[in-house]
Design a protein around this ligand. Structure first.
Ligand SMILES: [Zn+2]
Length: 442
């Protein structure tokens, strides 16, 4: 626009233009107390441009105004997050969205990806409302933090987010109260729990701690609940708002991360929100069965869902595939199944063992973050070992009569783990085979 408005370019104009350009560059970053100018510049210089990965079917549309910045947790690992926000979300029905589901993605190591130019509308908030205005994607930027709402957000993510928020608040003249989580602005239609439109459709970034992102107090109450436009979701209300307005602010949620395991106080609704009955939500039952959300009511019934059922969001695999993956004690890290989805907070325990495709084996305490592990890494959760098998130290001597059981693991060669029941001839094992035993083995 500047070019066509000024017409011809004389050398003088170039110099003037360049001067203005450099001045703007120098002033542009926000002057947050925490970071220096050069730190902001370094952060911007390190942004990874993923705009070319955008699905060509995504229709770019300019946003008229920018009033909010919405923080999400992706409920996936990095690889899957990038694929979904740029390329689209695949449903089991075959339908795929055209992508463009965020402006930025922040990986767990703090690396920040630019998905869509910030002037365009990203389709990130879905059914949403704030201060009576619906479709918040029209008036907001969307930032995805790689991770789960039941897991801690990393320090590096908070650091990058603080920088990014500083830059964006400055660019759009916003204050800290313009920064909201997706769970704060999403709303759902009436369902068995709510007779009216209500909050709680999304749990996205319920674990977001404003103070750690360098933000001041958030909004003290939900404007749409207060105005009677929506019913409150009790869990979310307790995380984001004071019980009554006389209570002191700021609130710095969360007091705890919550969990994706069903308990007497943690229902399918409080874990999955409005996604509780979707076919992309997988329920891993304690008996080993896996059911998609849309079949729970028919097969089990929402009131009969057993305690200790694990809930996984955003699963685009066939339930039968997840079932096979869940049954074998050897877990595989895939696009859908991260170390966190397999092990939860136990991913850092020494009884969680990682077999990298390179052949290296690490205990959980040596893993910096669950998202740093390569795809196809094998995992054992709740195991001890290795025990080396030698002519004198036989499998039988190590494990007793159970040495042929399906829960006994044999590490045969890099990348090859098998179970006791799959080995035909124990006299014919290659040299160097190692054994891993479940902690529970008596
Ligand atoms: Zn979200």
């Amino acid at each position: 626009m500047i070019f066509s408005a000024t017409g011809k370019f004389t050398p003088g104009r170039w110099v003037g233009f360049l001067l203005i350009f450099f001045c703007l560059q120098a002033v542009k970053p926000a002057l947050s107390e925490g970071y220096s100018q050069s730190q902001y510049q370094r952060f911007q210089g390190r942004l990874i441009d993923h705009r070319s990965r955008l699905n060509p079917k995504f229709k770019k549309k300019r946003r008229q105004t920018t009033q909010y910045i919405i923080v999400h947790t992706s409920e996936l690992g990095l690889d899957a997050t990038l694929r979904v926000v740029s390329g689209g979300k695949q449903f089991q029905s075959g339908y795929k969205t055209p992508g463009g589901h965020a402006h930025y993605v922040i990986a767990r190591n703090g690396r920040t990806y630019r998905i869509l130019d910030k002037r365009y509308r990203a389709d990130h908030a879905g059914r949403s409302m704030w201060k009576g205005r619906t479709d918040i994607s029209d008036v907001s930027l969307g930032i995805e933090l790689v991770g789960y709402h039941t897991a801690p957000i990393t320090k590096s993510q908070y650091r990058s987010l603080e920088m990014l928020l500083g830059i964006l608040e400055k660019a759009y003249g916003l204050n800290d109260q313009a920064v909201l989580t997706h769970s704060q602005v999403a709303y759902g239609r009436p369902n068995p729990w709510f007779r009216k439109n209500h909050r709680g459709r999304k749990r996205c970034a319920k674990n977001f701690n404003r103070t750690k992102a360098g933000l001041g107090p958030g909004v003290p109450y939900d404007p749409d609940v207060r105005a009677g436009r929506l019913m409150a979701d009790p869990t979310l209300a307790s995380v984001f708002y004071a019980p009554d307005l006389k209570a002191p602010l700021p609130l710095t949620p969360p007091r705890k991360y919550g969990s994706n395991i069903i308990s007497t106080t943690n229902s399918a609704w409080s874990i999955a929100g409005g996604d509780y009955d979707k076919n992309t939500t997988a329920y891993l039952l304690p008996d080993g069965r896996i059911l998609p959300g849309n079949r729970i009511n028919k097969i089990i019934g929402w009131t009969h869902l057993p305690l200790n059922t694990k809930v996984l969001l955003n699963q685009d695999m066939e339930p039968a595939v997840i079932q096979i993956l869940a049954r074998t004690p050897v877990k595989i890290i895939s696009r859908n199944m991260t170390a966190w989805s397999h092990a939860g907070a136990a991913y850092r325990k020494d009884s969680t063992l990682y077999f990298l495709p390179s052949g290296r084996v690490y205990p959980g305490s040596k893993i910096l973050d669950w998202d740093d592990l390569p795809l196809k890494t094998r995992m054992l959760v709740g195991y001890r070992g290795p025990f080396s098998i030698t002519p004198t130290q036989t499998a039988y001597k190590i494990a007793g009569q159970k040495y042929k059981a399906p829960e006994i693991i044999y590490y045969v060669a890099p990348g090859i783990l098998t179970t006791g029941d799959k080995i035909i001839d124990f006299n014919d094992l290659p040299k160097g085979v190692q054994m891993y035993l479940p902690l529970a083995l008596k």
